[in-house]
Design a protein around this ligand. Structure first.
Ligand SMILES: *[C@@H]1O[C@H](CO)[C@@H](O)[C@H](O)[C@H]1NC(C)=O
Ligand SMILES: *[C@@H]1O[C@H](CO)[C@@H](O)[C@H](O)[C@H]1NC(C)=O
Ligand SMILES: *[C@@H]1O[C@H](CO)[C@@H](O)[C@H](O)[C@H]1NC(C)=O
Length: 734
């Protein structure tokens, strides 16, 4: 065979090999896995239980693949088996026990392909009754007894309990279904012993029933403790006591025992035979003395107790002071005294008192009474009473000498204004508490107790009448001594708020002429000092400021000029308030010589005017005569009451009206008119069309020049009114 042929052969063999592998590879699919518990899920203990695992597997060949079954209980593997057939896998639980209770599952694994069945719960019920065995049925008190408790047929994790007359004695844990324990029965008589157990599973604990009762008869140990205390009559403090603790043994066996003697919780002595203890009786506050004698034999303990009360020989002394408050350097009396004493044993004179520290003044002679001078600072004293070798100390008495009040000061916080509340402060040095009393004009106003350091006594008061008031403070910090601190008198002037302000101007404000002195007088009610300020309205700067103790003040403008015409007011203030006057209007008139000058000038002007007017009049008369015509003036004059007309006209303000009234009144046919502007006005409208008007009069009226008419009218009718007007104007301008 050549090389190519060999190569082909190798290739062919590789191909054939791979093909054979594919052919022998079996194909399968696990369709389902099911767990069945037989005979049923809930069984009683002792039942033979079968866990049947049914699997449906589809395969490509007749012969099925190798199958691996696993049984799980509560997710833990219990059993695993591999089988080659397609039969159900069966797992037997012979004689099922409560411990078998749990959640079971079956798992099928074929060449790494696995399927888990649904879980099935197996419930096994019924624990077997425990059985108790005891070694002995008759024992001595304190002897050890061994007991065994068995849970027949059970498996699992156990806790065993042993009971003596239904009282639990011991407890044993283990995996075995039986437990041993030893115990001693401490009291004589019949004891009923039983046991029970519990089985613990992963999920739960199951208790068994009680076991049989086993009766044990206990023979009592005939040994008793004996406690003797002497003397057995009333025991007084300081008496010597003898206490003995022993055992009475009726057995009279040579067996040893041990004795213990205690007082309360304090172990006094131990011994193998009678114990004797000597002591001095000391009373216990609110408690009797208790002694305890105990005997111990074969792990059995017996005891007896006795309580005795001890009568105090004398009570604990108390230290008191008199007086109860003391000032620095003063003498006080300290008394040390035991209130009660046992007269059966001692006399009052047997008590000896001592004061600590013992730096005191010559003795008072009485036992327990000491004279002491109070120091400058706090001091602690104690005393003791002693009799028959017993010494008792008093409680500490702390003495805090007081300091008398001094440097008492009084002050007032605010301005003292009538009917306003004021605050008065009193303060002093000295021990607290200090009582302060305020007096107003020697009448008590109030009392304040100050308990904190650096505090002032604060009093409130209101003064309702003006004038001077005197305040005074008193301070007291001693109940017994009459020593009081008194402050200086504090005099205060009551400020009465300002009111009723008047501003007077002299001379009268409307009739003052230039050059005169203008005086403003401002006055108020209230108390001084008062500050007065004068203002011209519109200016915030006072013209003058005066502070005076009086309640009035004045301000003068000297001399006054026309420019000083204005409104003025004044303001007054004291410590209490500020008031303002009304405005006063001041009109400064022209000076008299100026007035005269103007009058003279006016008269001069008037006379010039009169002169001119009369000249014009004369001239016009001459013209009329020349023309030989009836003048308006001359024609009218005889007809009407010209004087009335004139006077009436002079009152009329409008000159034109005057003219029109004239035109009307010349009409002879007309009824004389009522006076009244409206009527006159209607006539005025009619007159231009009036057919009754005489033509000559009209022509007359028009033929005159205007100048003539007005001048004549002015001069003739209004010269009087004009003159009056001028005078008025002059006056007013003055
Ligand atoms: C349980 O099976 C055992 C043997 O496997 C047998 O001896 C016993 O009788 C069976 N118990 C019951 C209740 O069938
Ligand atoms: C007095 O005794 C009290 C306690 O009882 C103590 O606080 C104080 O400091 C003592 N005073 C003096 C002056 O020893
Ligand atoms: C101070 O005043 C209170 C109460 O008004 C009173 O009880 C106390 O005795 C007074 N103390 C003195 C030292 O006067």
């Amino acid at each position: 065979m050549g090389l190519p042929q060999r190569f082909i052969l190798v290739l062919l063999s590789i191909y054939l090999y791979s093909a054979s592998v594919v052919n022998t590879q079996q194909e399968f699919k696990i369709q389902s896995v099911k767990l069945i518990i037989e005979p049923r899920n809930d069984v009683t203990a002792g039942t033979n239980v079968t866990l049947r695992c049914q699997a449906t597997v589809s395969t490509s060949t007749e012969k099925g693949p190798i199958r691996e079954y696993t049984i799980l209980k509560n997710d833990k593997i219990v059993y695993t088996k591999t089988i080659g057939s397609s039969e159900d896998f069966v797992y037997q639980l012979h004689n099922a026990r409560v411990f078998s209770t749990g959640l079971y599952q079956c798992k099928l694994d074929i060449q790494g392909d696995t399927k888990l069945s649904k879980a099935q719960r197996l419930n096994v019920q019924g624990l077997s009754q425990p059985v108790l065995h005891l070694e002995m049925n008759v024992v001595n008190e304190g002897e050890e007894v061994q007991a065994t408790c068995i849970a027949p047929g059970e498996i699992g994790s156990f806790i065993f309990f042993f009971f003596d007359n239904d009282e639990q004695m011991s407890r044993v844990e283990g995996l075995s279904n039986q437990a041993k324990t030893t115990f001693r029965l401490s009291s004589g008589g019949i004891h009923k012993i039983h046991c029970s157990y519990k089985i613990r599973t992963a999920e739960d604990t199951f208790p068994s029933t009680k076991s049989n009762n086993v009766t044990v008869s206990v023979k009592e140990l005939s040994i008793t403790p004996v406690l003797k205390i002497s003397p057995d009559s009333t025991i007084y403090e300081g008496d010597h006591l003898n206490i003995s603790c022993s055992a009475q043994n009726f057995h009279s066996s040579s067996e040893g025992y041990k004795l213990f003697l205690s007082q309360g919780t304090k172990l006094l002595r131990t011994g193998n035979s009678t114990i004797n203890h000597n002591m001095v009786a000391v009373p216990k506050v609110s408690e009797a003395l208790t002694f305890d004698c105990r005997v111990e034999m074969r792990n059995v303990e017996k005891y007896t107790k006795k309580a005795i009360s001890v009568v105090e020989l004398f009570s604990v002394p108390s230290l008191t002071m008199f007086p109860t408050e003391i000032f620095q350097g003063e003498i006080m009396t300290l008394t040390c005294n035991s209130e009660r004493f046992a007269s059966q044993r001692i006399n009052r004179e047997d008590l000896e008192y001592t004061l600590y520290p013992s730096k005191n003044l010559p003795s008072s002679g009485k036992p327990g009474v000491f004279n002491v001078k109070a120091l400058q600072n706090d001091f602690n004293y104690t005393c003791s009473a002693e009799a028959k070798g017993i010494k008792k100390d008093s409680k500490t008495l702390m003495i805090r000498p007081k300091v008398h009040v001094s440097a008492l000061k009084i002050s007032i916080e605010d301005k003292v204004i009538l009917k306003k509340s004021i605050t008065i402060l009193c303060q002093s040095n000295g021990s607290l508490p200090i009582n302060y009393t305020l007096f107003k004009d020697n009448v008590q106003v109030g009392t304040k107790v100050i308990r904190e350091r650096n505090r002032q006594a604060v009093f409130m008061d209101v003064i309702n009448k003006p004038g001077e008031i005197q305040y005074r403070c008193e301070a007291k910090n001693s109940l017994h001594s009459n020593k009081t601190g008194s402050s200086q008198h504090l005099s205060v002037n009551v400020i009465v708020p300002l009111s009723l302000m008047t501003l007077t101007v002299i001379p009268t404000p409307l009739a003052i002429s230039e050059g005169e002195d203008l005086r403003f007088i401002c006055s108020v009610n209230g108390t001084g000092p008062v500050t007065f300020k004068w203002y011209r309205t519109g200016s915030a700067v006072p013209l003058q400021t005066n502070t005076t103790t009086e309640t009035y003040s004045s301000f003068v403008i000297k001399p006054v000029s026309k420019n000083d015409s204005d409104k003025y007011y004044c303001e007054a203030s004291n410590g209490a308030n500020k008031v303002r006057s009304e405005n006063v209007d001041v009109q400064v008139l022209m000076a008299l010589w100026k007035k005269m000058l103007i009058i003279v000038a006016c008269l001069l002007l008037l006379s010039v005017l009169l002169l001119v007017a009369s000249m014009l009049y004369i001239k016009s008369k001459r013209v009329k005569v020349d023309r030989a015509e009836v003048s308006v003036w001359s024609k009218r004059k005889p007809e009407t009451e010209s004087d009335d007309e004139i006077s009436k006209m002079s009152n009329e303000p409008n000159v034109e009206y005057t003219e029109v009234v004239h035109a009307r009144s010349t009409d002879p046919d007309r009824v004389p008119l009522r006076k009244g502007t409206d009527t006159v006005y209607s006539e005025l409208q009619n007159s231009p069309h009036g057919a009754a008007d005489p033509p000559d009069y009209v022509s007359n009226l028009h033929s005159h020049t205007h100048l003539q008419t007005s001048l004549v009218g002015l001069l003739a009718r209004e010269h009087v009114s004009l003159f009056i007007t001028v005078i008025i104007r002059l006056r007013s301008c003055l």
